[in-house]
Design a protein around this ligand. Structure first.
Ligand code: PSU
Ligand code: MN
Length: 310
């Protein structure tokens, strides 16, 4: 019998790693397709894959290729995805549609969590997760809330990131993470980072200083919750951008997004692209540097979680 179309295909490298009980790090693909421009997106993907392999883990990029859901793209499949035109940005809810109509789609964090947890992975690395968007037309909170937050409540995975993207309404995002009972665990930090900006002006819900502590926390978390958690670290200092400077670019980018009516999935890529232009490429460099740092930490953590009990 032909395999069911919706069955997740596991790349050969990932399958071998799982069989040998070696660490695997899940990755979204939207950041390497819609989140960064070319050639930075190709470079960022190479840097992230190299960082994970150098730390002794196997990277597992998720995507939907011609209607087939994949965990663990081979290098040539990633190239195809990055050079294809009209690739959909798929969040969790879009996976079924992409599969049903045979589409090619890059995964956001929410879709990547759904695919990766379906094959039993438990660590994912990204740059900054989505959250509650800002509103500049009124003081009321926005209902444009990333599906990343809701997917975190459903899939038991550790998401290693530099907090939430600074283009968001961070206090609302932070409050919603609390309401959804998603632990925000600071990696050697007490502060909630905001992507290129090291400190969103908000605390984390707890701090850890060693991989063994994260592992113990994860074991305890899973006894009482079916959800995931965020392990956050700030963008490495040499590439981080001071908040006031970033805020000026952001105000302009957000105003333009509002004026040109950017909605739904298009909004985040639009603002990220304008930030890159307005900052003369500084946000692109910061994005690459923090992605690499998160990939490295995720690989170390995946190895720690796999390690047999002493
Ligand atoms: N992190 C990055 N760059 C990105 C993203 C995350 O460093 O482009 C993407 C992720 O795929 C994340 C998505 O899930 O942005 C959030 O988009 P939205 O606000 O439409 O949910
Ligand atoms: Mn949105």
């Amino acid at each position: 019998m032909a395999p069911a179309r919706e069955r997740v295909q596991i790349g050969a490298n990932v399958r071998a790693a799982l069989a040998a009980r070696q660490p695997v790090v899940a990755l979204e693909s939207s950041v390497f397709v819609q989140g960064l421009p070319s050639p930075q997106r190709e470079e960022a993907a190479r840097e992230v894959l190299t960082a994970i392999r150098a730390a002794g883990a196997t990277p597992a990029i998720t995507a939907v290729l011609g209607g087939i859901p994949w965990v663990g793209l081979e290098d040539d499949q990633l190239q195809q995805l990055q050079s294809a035109v009209g690739v959909r940005k798929a969040a969790w809810r879009d996976l079924a549609a992409s599969i049903a109509v045979g589409q090619t789609a890059a995964t956001t964090v929410s879709a990547a969590l759904a695919l990766a947890s379906a094959v039993g992975l438990n660590v994912l690395a990204t740059g900054g997760i989505g959250g509650v968007h800002r509103r500049i037309d009124t003081a009321s909170p926005s209902l444009d809330v990333s599906a990343d937050l809701f997917a975190l409540t459903r899939f038991p995975m550790i998401v290693v990131c530099s907090g939430a993207k600074n283009l968001l309404d961070l206090p609302s995002t932070w409050e919603l993470l609390e309401s959804l009972s998603i632990p925000v665990v600071g990696w050697q930090t007490d502060r909630f980072p905001a992507f290129y900006v090291s400190d969103a002006g908000l605390p984390v819900s707890c701090r850890v200083d060693t991989l063994a502590e994260v592992s113990a926390l994860w074991t305890a978390h899973r006894r009482f919750a079916g959800s995931g958690l965020l392990l956050v670290q700030p963008c490495p200092e040499e590439a981080a951008i001071p908040a006031p400077e970033c805020e000026r670019w952001l105000e302009q980018a957000e105003r333009e997004a509002h004026q040109s009516g950017q909605q739904g999935a298009a909004r985040t890529p639009f603002v990220l692209r304008r930030l890159a232009e307005l900052s003369g490429g500084r946000t692109l460099l910061a994005n690459r540097v923090l992605l690499q740092a998160n990939a490295r930490l995720a690989a170390q953590l995946a190895a720690e979680i796999m390690a047999p009990w002493p």
